[in-house]
Write a protein that binds this ligand. Structure first.
Ligand SMILES: [Zn+2]
Length: 226
């Protein structure tokens, strides 16, 4: 995975990003999503939940409605297609029944590249999301390249040592606009404290202004972001 984004693509790829909550795909790899949709690849933003528990003083139903709308706005900004899996925010489960929707998603979408949460994360839903995606990847024959993303490293993701970087400098404003669409989460007000620091630090490591960092699963097939 490099930063040699060109104006034409050799082969249209499908990139599927699976996050636990509305705002996760956008904050963990929104730059990559904007870049690849802009190059003509198909990008799908999958939300395990609708953020039911994410707004204080609102019922689950009210929060889900507000946060679904925010996710749809963010997806429109990134020019990606949203999908929702139907788990409940703050109460994500791993059961034999809960593996099925992710397996079905992999069978339906047949992604070339999958990105999801790094599994060592202080948020239980992020950990569960990562494990469900890993299971679906294994049980559909490891056909996609699997990349893990960091979420607020140090606060949420721990022990994250990147293997790959993407220069997102050219799309960083589009990424920010998509993240800030999650108005109920006050991301714009706190962005510079967490996500903003991360993308600048990863840029320092990679040698550009802003970057996103990833861990590539070593048993991924020979499909790379380029
Ligand atoms: Zn989250």
């Amino acid at each position: 995975m490099g930063n040699s984004a060109s104006t034409s693509i050799e082969k249209k790829m499908k990139i599927v990003v699976v996050g636990a909550h509305p705002d996760d795909p956008e904050t963990i790899c929104g730059g990559l999503m904007a870049m690849y949709s802009g190059l003509g690849h198909e990008v799908v933003s999958v939300y395990l939940t609708r953020g039911e528990a994410g707004i204080e003083g609102k019922t689950h139903e009210e929060s889900a409605k507000i946060r679904t709308a925010e996710a749809l706005t963010a997806c429109a900004i990134l020019k990606v297609r949203p999908e929702f899996i139907g788990q409940i925010d703050g109460n994500c489960e791993i059961t034999s029944e809960r593996y099925a929707p992710l397996l079905d998603l992999f069978k339906k979408e047949k992604p070339d590249i999958v990105l999801t949460h790094w599994p060592i994360d202080s948020h239980r839903d992020h950990r569960i999301c990562s494990i469900l995606v890993y299971d679906a990847w294994l049980n559909t024959g490891r056909k996609s390249a699997l990349y893990y993303c960091e979420a607020m490293s140090g606060v949420q993701s721990q022990n994250f040592a990147p293997t790959d970087y993407v220069d997102i400098t050219g799309v960083v404003e589009q990424k920010h606009k998509a993240c800030f669409a999650h108005v109920s989460q006050e991301i714009e007000q706190t962005y510079s404290e967490h996500h903003g620091k991360m993308e600048k630090f990863r840029g320092m490591e990679f040698g550009c202004d802003y970057a996103e960092a990833f861990v590539r699963h070593v048993k991924s097939p020979g499909i790379y972001l380029k």
